[in-house]
Design a protein around this ligand. Structure first.
Ligand SMILES: [Mg+2]
Length: 395
């Protein structure tokens, strides 16, 4: 039986979430951006009003304000976006149990056989879009096709609040004229290489010699050739939380820095977000990895093994050691990241289990209690102690 796959993609998700809790942002140019007070941060998400002024994601705040001086800026609150995302995913999973979340703001739904319940694919998509708008106040775009790749490509074609069908029979007109850079799964590096082979459009990729692509790119060459021809047999895989492979956070610094003490404070704040997410998912990992990107955009990653943990303290300590070992005063740093992976199989953490003998049980209870307080009152109410220095004391 032919499948029916939807990709539901929330439009301008972060700023959409902000507008839900502060309706005064509605209808005026607004964007979520790295802390406008302390950092010459970047735009993380702009609403459509701001986009009409030319404001784009990853632009610096300085540039954005030059294009649109009345732009309202809101600092990011990832914990809140994750909460909203969870609610959205719950709503989506009420339409089909076969749902695969692809990122914080999008998911594939396998709607095969759902016609008796929700009508034709187009009608079903309209229902979902109305549901998200009226019950969550959020806009989305929906792509409809017979596989995940084409549904993803379709979802990108009409925004905001667009519904687009791209069936295999439509690819010649709807997919092939697009530049390869627009193809899902193809990054800037691959685009350059493909352009070097004379491949500019998805259609040209679809008709290019598979042999040459495999020679050049290995298995990935075969994969992108199949995708360009609209072929994608991969199933929509509902994933439980146990399938999370890693949790990581990174941030672009206000200014390039060579100050390791500042870098450590940033790392602590990121480690805290990672720890919080790990505890929420009930995951303990034994590998901590840091990413350092330098002002020349070169980056390094370094990792280390520790006893399985979900504690901010342990994650930070491991990250700090990696940072100190790899710190080079001559190279200004522009981005820092930290991640936890190597999760134990089926580890279910209960704060009631074996409290007496549990390593770090007390610390874990403390950090979990802190999580609950933050959940209720917002993240910034409890920051790790060494964050409360310098600029942060006035909060
Ligand atoms: Mg998206």
């Amino acid at each position: 039986m032919e499948r029916v796959i939807f990709l539901v993609d929330m439009n301008a998700f972060f700023i959409g979430c902000e507008t839900v809790r502060d309706p005064s942002l509605k209808g005026v140019p607004a964007a979520v951006a790295g802390d406008p007070k302390n950092r010459s941060g970047i735009i993380l998400a702009a609403n459509y009003e701001a986009r009409s002024f030319g404001v784009r994601t990853t632009m610096t705040i300085y540039e954005a304000l030059r294009l649109c001086p009345s732009l309202r800026l809101v600092p990011p609150d990832h914990e809140y976006y994750e909460q909203v995302s969870n609610k959205v995913m719950n709503t989506l999973s009420s339409y089909t149990p076969v749902m695969e979340q692809n990122s914080i703001d999008e998911a594939w739904l396998d709607m095969t056989g759902c016609e008796p319940l929700f009508g034709k694919p187009l009608e079903a998509a309209r229902k979902i879009m109305d549901d998200l708008y009226s019950n969550h106040g959020l806009m989305c775009s929906i792509g409809i096709s017979e596989n995940k790749f084409l549904a993803k490509m379709a979802s990108d074609m009409k925004k905001p609040m667009g519904i687009t069908e791209v069936w295999k029979s439509d690819i010649q007109h709807k997919l092939w004229p697009l530049p390869v850079s627009r193809m899902y799964g193809i990054g800037p590096q691959t685009t350059i290489k493909l352009n070097g082979l004379g491949i500019e459009t998805i259609g040209q990729l679809a008709h290019f010699s598979v042999g040459l692509l495999v020679e050049r790119f290995g298995k990935y060459g075969l994969e992108i050739h199949r995708l360009a021809n609209g072929i994608d047999d991969s199933p929509v895989k509902p994933h439980g939380e146990d399938e999370i492979k890693s949790i990581s956070r990174s941030t672009t610094l206000s200014e390039d820095t060579t100050d390791i003490e500042y870098a450590k404070r940033v790392l602590l704040s990121l480690a805290d977000e990672v720890g919080m997410a790990a505890r929420r998912h009930g995951k303990k990992g034994h590998t901590v990895q840091i990413t350092i990107k330098y002002s020349d955009f070169k980056s390094i990653t370094r990792q280390t093994k520790i006893s399985p943990t979900c504690l901010t303290r342990d994650i930070y300590e491991a990250g700090r050691r990696l940072l100190e070992t790899n710190w080079d005063i001559r190279l200004p740093v522009r981005l820092l990241g930290i991640g936890l992976s190597g999760f134990e199989e089926d580890e279910q953490i209960s704060i009631f289990e074996d409290l007496a003998g549990h390593r770090d049980a007390r610390e874990e209870i403390l950090e979990r209690t802190a999580d609950r307080i933050r959940h209720k009152h917002g993240w910034s109410i409890l920051k790790p102690a060494s964050l409360l220095q310098k600029n942060d004391t006035d909060h």
